[in-house]
Design a protein around this ligand. Structure first.
Ligand SMILES: *Cc1c(COP(=O)(O)O)cnc(C)c1O
Length: 399
């Protein structure tokens, strides 16, 4: 059969065709009225997509650039900070905060799990200046309890700012930045917003803007206050990734349109985002049910599975690479193996962004084919068991 390449990876994710066309047509200079109109519109759309009244800043960088900006802009050397880590991206927070000279306390949960609020509470000090965490840990497919952590900080009357890497959380998890009291919420372009890598965005609370007046870690290219000043005039401080900004506008239009009604054919971004989250939740629930029906085990604990990506364990004694390679060689379907020391021990199927029912059924069908072709040791496996489970979940959730 011919092979049609499809990404099932938690970033980069499949591209929205309308966004690709917008990129190709984005032949505009960034110091012109045309760009200012585009940038102003996209920044306003992003606020609605994030679901906040706070200012949103766009950076022309990978998601890690926005993580670094939140550390360099919000901390000073010697600041005591708390990192909540349960995977490769949590470890990135530790690396970044240490690189900027913070005194770092770490609550570390084993890969494939999350920390308890008691652990967070015990590690929180009077002098903790900021807490850094992921909304969803893409390396393990685990969702952390951001609302619980935000509440805990509030109850303790903590001065600590809550900085959330929601690079795969935005568009896959219901997050209420303003209601819960998140101070910085970070997203990336190659995740739920369906465009290529190269843009990061952060929503920043007033408390965080105030903190920046006093912090003094070095920053130049990623100076958030400078970007905010320029954004108010419809510009960025330096040459931005114009094409990706045009693509982002097209993608946010598409997300809004998912909530179109006859009265409002343009749709609505807040409602569109909810649909995007529900879409990811449904694709994830279908995939979890299918994996379990096939006799495979999930890595994330019950109730804490991320909708961004499902991490599945291979059968005992099998390297997950066999499944990853099987899907690629037979179907050109790209799923990801475990990261770092998790390589060989799990594989991940993504649901964030431009994935739908059809994609989900296809990857489950392909996984069944690979299970047989690779003779995976799954004693009760039969063709169709995974697909039936997924069909039932879809029918139940979309009744
Ligand atoms: C992808 C990802 C990042 C890193 O983004 P880059 O664009 O690769 O820098 C950070 N955190 C999480 C949770 C991610 O999924």
């Amino acid at each position: 059969m011919i092979r049609k390449t499809r990404l099932f990876t938690p970033g980069p994710t499949p591209l929205l065709p309308a966004a690709q066309f917008a990129m190709a047509a984005a032949d505009i200079h960034h110091r012109t009225p045309e760009f200012r109109a585009l940038y102003t519109r996209v920044l306003a759309q992003l606020k609605e997509f994030v679901g906040t009244k706070n200012d949103v800043i766009i950076l022309s960088s990978g998601g890690t650039g926005a993580m670094e900006a939140s550390v360099s802009n919000l901390t000073s050397p010697g600041d005591r900070v708390l990192v909540l880590s349960a995977g490769k991206f949590g470890e990135r927070w530790s690396g970044l905060t240490k690189a900027f000279g913070c005194h770092v306390d770490v609550v570390e949960a084993p890969y494939g799990s999350t920390f308890t609020l008691d652990q967070v509470s015990a590690a929180l000090k009077l002098e903790t200046r900021a807490v850094f965490v992921q909304a969803t840990e893409s390396s393990t497919g685990v969702r952390h309890d951001i609302k619980g952590i935000a509440n805990l900080l509030k109850e303790n009357g903590s001065e600590a700012l809550l900085v959330v890497d929601a690079i795969t959380g935005l568009g896959t998890t219901h997050l209420d930045m303003d209601g819960w009291g998140i101070d910085v919420l970070i997203g990336g372009s190659q995740k739920a917003v369906m465009i290529p890598p190269g843009l990061a965005y952060l929503a920043v609370s007033q408390r965080a803007w105030d903190r920046m007046e006093a912090t003094y870690n070095p920053r130049y290219y990623f100076d958030l206050r400078k970007e905010r000043k320029n954004a108010a005039k419809g510009e960025s401080a330096y040459t931005p990734s114009v094409a990706l900004i045009a693509a982002l506008g097209a993608s946010l239009d598409y997300i809004a349109k998912q909530a179109a009604t006859p009265e409002s054919p343009e749709g609505n971004l807040a409602e569109g985002r909810k649909k995007l989250v529900d879409n990811a939740e449904t694709c994830a629930a279908m995939t979890r049910a299918a994996a379990e029906a096939m006799g495979l085990k999930l890595f994330a604990p019950k109730g804490y599975e991320a909708a961004a990506a499902t991490a599945i364990l291979p059968p005992e004694g099998t390297d997950s690479g066999v499944i990853v390679k099987g899907l690629k060689s037979k179907f050109a379907a790209i799923v990801t193996d475990g990261q770092g020391e998790m390589k060989g021990h799990l594989f991940r199927i993504a649901h964030l962004g431009f994935f739908d029912y059809m994609d989900t059924i296809a990857i489950i069908g392909a996984l069944e084919q690979v299970a047989v072709a690779a003779k995976l040791p799954l004693p009760n496996f039969e063709f169709g068991k995974g697909l039936i489970a997924a069909q039932n979940v879809f029918a139940e959730r979309t009744k």
